[in-house]
Each structure stands twice: as structure tokens, then as C-alpha cells.
Design a protein around this ligand. Sequence first.
Ligand SMILES: *Cc1c(COP(=O)(O)O)cnc(C)c1O
Length: 389
Amino acid sequence: MPDNSKPSSQGFSTRAIRVGQEFDPTTGAVVPPVYLTSTFVQDGIGGFRGGYEYARGGNPTRTSLQTLLASLEGGAHAFSFASGLAAEDSLLRAILKPGERVVMGNDVYGGTHRLVNRVFVPWGVGLVTVDMSDLDAVRDAVAASSTHVLWIETPSNPLMKISDIAALAQIGHDAGALVVVDNTFASPYLQQPLSLGADVVVHSTTKYIGGHSDVLGGAVILNDDELAEKVGFLQFGVGAVSGPFDAWLTVRGIKTLALRMERHSSNAQAMAEALVGHPALDAVYYPGLPDHPGHDVAAKQMSAFGGMLSVALKGGSVAARKFAESTELFQLAESLGGVESLIGYPSEMTHASVKGTALEVPDNVVRLSVGIEDEADLLADVLGALPKS
Ligand SMILES: *Cc1c(COP(=O)(O)O)cnc(C)c1O
């Protein structure tokens, strides 16, 4: 298997297209084939060709994706899974035991909160949520009792709060915690948490990494060999692996990740600037706006501000719902990060499960996943759908 323990000197786009993508040695096919096979012939008992035995343990298409993801995040090891939550589940099983405690952002992805709160807490794990963008609050939360995992997600969903990864990694490490960053919203093109001091990166590759809304997937990327062995064991021993075709589609998406993220970011920046001060809006949440409270930290740790933005409507939930149902290019759907623009109403969609709790999202907020269509068309669609006051 390829050795990806050494950092490559090649640029991001070159690696996105070449790492783990060696042409097929038997036919010369430029694009490595999808290995749709569950098992591998042995040359005599235990005589494995290329190390492959049974596809839950390893499949060349999955290896190709994992090698690529490790390179892009600057990690020594990557493991891919059937979904983002499957990746998180295997990671959490590898790093937590009953009696230990997780401190996580109070605005993490709802499914992450649900996984910990409904699966790990009943199993005996402690959970504390805190405003991750407030370093003093995190220091207090971490100091209150021993903390084993500090779980960060930045930019967060849907209010695009920014957490300072380097400062939080320091706080986490001082307390002896493992520092995990969910890097789904930024993608490794815009932000590389391992280089900022985090121990582990997780992804829902369903979003920007896959990028075309046609495949589910997740990944765990890290440097520590001992922890990698535990995660690798759970990938094999629990078995929530990505299938070969899913891995292949994800690799195909990654080849254009850099171009897509640049276009997502420039379209979203233009959208945010066009919406600031709009008479129908109370607020525009986008870290690329200079008066966003996390702008300076985002500018320090991200190379651009990404494709996600939210707005709060003056007309409350009635106006917000109407807006979310009135755009045409922005299709009303869950999820984000695909080439096509999507619109969502978090309080009834992505964040319905936290309604009535402290994690509730205001009911006048609408979230936009700004795609890579033409900027002018996207602006016209959104401006045309907002209430005229
Ligand atoms: C979607 C998402 C997840 C979960 O990933 P799935 O692929 O849907 O399982 C986790 N974190 C973030 C930030 C997400 O957006």
C-alpha cells in the first residue's frame, strides 16, 4: 500500500488529482477502476496479492480514497466510512469509555449531538455543550471536570460561528483532552485543522468533498499511529465501511474540490455583500463579512470563507418560511455542499431535533448552501424571493 506518512511537497490541486490515483498497471487505464469485489484470490493460503483479503478489511478503491484524504488533510492515516455519522461513531468508540466526558460546541451538527446524547450518554459517557467561540467559556467547561474529548465544528451550522482551532487545541491539550474538529463546512481546501494543532479531523464527505449530492460518506483523518490502529480496527471490526462505488464517486468529486471551493466562496461572498442591509433582513451570517464576530479568526485559519450563509428575516417565521419556499434555483432540501444551490429552514429541517432545547435555532433563520452556478442568476433568485417591504 502507498506510504502516505510523508508530507508531499506538491500543491493541493495536484495532490487532489494524483495522490492514490496511479493508472491501472494491467491496462494503462488512466482512471483507476472501481474494484467491485467483496473478496480476493489467494496464491496459496495467506498468499495475498497486494495485501487484500476480504473487502470489509480493505478494497483498493477505498484505499485510493483514504490515501487521497490523508494527503489533503496533511494526516498520516485516513479511514473512510459509509456516512459522516458512521465515521464519528467509530471514532468515538475508539476514544471514549463509560465514565469519560465530551465537551462539544452548543451548535454542532444536530446528528452529532444526537449520536452522543442518545447513543453514548446512555452508555455512560458524559456530555457538556458550550459556546465554542467563547474561549473563556470553554476553559471553564474543560476545567469543571476531567475532559477526554473536545469536539469542535467551525464554521458552525446555521449561524456560521467561528471557533479558534489553534487556541482551542491548546486549551484541550492543557486539559489532557483529545481535540477533534469536524471540518465538513470548510473542507481541507479552506482549512486544515491538523496543522492548527487538532488531533483528529472528521468529515461528512457527503457534503463538499463528494460535492455533487450523489453519494454519502464520512472520514476520520489523524496522525497518531496508536489511535489509527484503534480506528482501523473498528472500521474493520464494526464494519461501517464505504463501498467501492461510493469511494470511487467521492474520489471523482475530490478532483475538482479546489475549483469548487473557490467558486462556492466567491459566490457566497457576493451573495452576503448583496444581502447586507436588505430591508427584509435583520441579519446576514457569513464569516467573510468584516463585521461578522468571527471574521478575524476565520481570516487567520481559513483561506476563504466557504459557501454557507444564513439570513434572519425581519418578518419572523412566516416570512422565513415563505422565502425558503419561493426560490427556484435554490432548491428546498436538507444537506449542503453540492454544486447545486440549496435552501433550508433549519428550525423545521436540519435542527428540528433540537427545537425547544437550548440548541434551538431562531425560527426566522433561513440557510443557503450557495452552489457554483452563475453568481448573477443566484443573486437574482434570492433577491426576487425576499419580501419586498
Ligand atoms: C452532514 C453532516 C454530518 C453527518 O454526515 P452524514 O454523512 O450525513 O452522516 C456531520 N457533520 C456535519 C457538519 C454535517 O454537515
